[in-house]
Design a protein around this ligand. Structure first.
Ligand code: IPE
Ligand code: IPE
Ligand code: MG
Length: 260
């Protein structure tokens, strides 16, 4: 099927359409080397560049990166300040690259609580890249999965009150419409770097059938080869979504009518 598979060992067979990443381990990577945590975050920004362009090259259609959680405000003010500053600079510096690579930038989270300067940089890139159709790069900023679900429930309650309607018969599609990004599909693959094996409040509603990939590699060291390894792991999996694997691909189950 893939005659060159030995040679292109690092290239995955099946590329997930939507990849979500918990970019963790910046601080530990830095500490181990005697650097400040900030240095770990700066190096992490280089991994973002590498992973974004490799995902684009491999044909991923959506990439959602967890950059700042609703819980990350618990960190020291100096670290938060550094992270917000880095984010603002990153957005400005990457704008040209987004356009060149036809990448559309989106953001999810309680964005109104971000510093004004960051919001401005974010909005500028979102507006400028609106019509790009190469890949969606979605940043989760001041994002919490539980908060997203609560915000959605609140929106529905407000809508019902405004329409003076009875509680609506709610379908999954209607619920999805009030999540932060109604165009967002469920991630096919969720990668977490840094060795922790938890969700840390990321995409709780959307990851119900997502394939999970955990690696001890810290985010600043996660580059193209590590991404390929994650994709290879994904390609080896069998996604059943609760069903059973059919024994023969074209086996036909006789219907009740036929068997009478
Ligand atoms: C991830 O790395 C970056 C953010 C959460 C913003 P960490 O800063 O959490 O690094 P560790 O987990 O402390 O090593
Ligand atoms: C998750 O990492 C959040 C981001 C990567 C933005 P954390 O470092 O905040 O998660 P915990 O505290 O280890 O669960
Ligand atoms: Mg962490």
């Amino acid at each position: 099927m893939h005659p060159q598979s030995k040679q292109v060992d690092s290239l995955p067979r099946e590329v997930p359409r939507h990849v979500a990443v918990i970019m963790d381990g910046n601080g530990r990577w830095a500490k181990r080397r005697g650097f400040s945590r900030s240095r770990g975050h700066s190096e992490g920004a280089e991994s973002v560049r590498a992973v974004v362009s490799e995902c684009r090259r491999l044909g991923v259609s959506q990439l959602t990166l967890y950059a700042f959680s609703t819980e990350n405000w618990k960190r020291p003010a100096t670290e938060i300040h550094f992270l917000m500053n880095l984010l603002g600079r990153f957005l400005a510096a990457e704008r040209k690259g987004l356009m060149k690579n036809h990448i559309r930038l989106k953001a999810i989270g309680r964005l109104e609580a971000l510093p004004k300067g960051v919001r401005a940089q974010l909005q500028k890139s979102i507006d400028l890249s609106r019509d790009n159709d190469g890949m969606i790069l979605r940043l989760a900023l001041n994002y919490g999965g539980r908060q997203e679900i609560m915000d959605a429930a609140r929106k529905l309650a407000i809508e019902a009150r405004r329409l003076d309607a009875d509680p609506p018969e709610l379908t999954e599609a209607e619920f999805r419409r009030v999540l932060y990004d109604e165009e967002m599909t469920d991630p096919d693959l969720m990668i977490r770097t840094g060795g922790e094996t938890r969700m840390s409040n990321f995409l709780l509603w959307q990851c119900s059938y997502t394939e999970l990939y955990f690696t001890p590699i810290c985010w600043p060291e996660f580059r193209e080869p590590e991404l390929h390894e994650a994709f290879q792991s994904y390609a080896r999996r069998e996604r059943r979504f609760g069903a059973v694997k059919p024994e023969r691909p074209h086996a036909r189950t006789p219907s009740v009518v036929e068997s009478r």
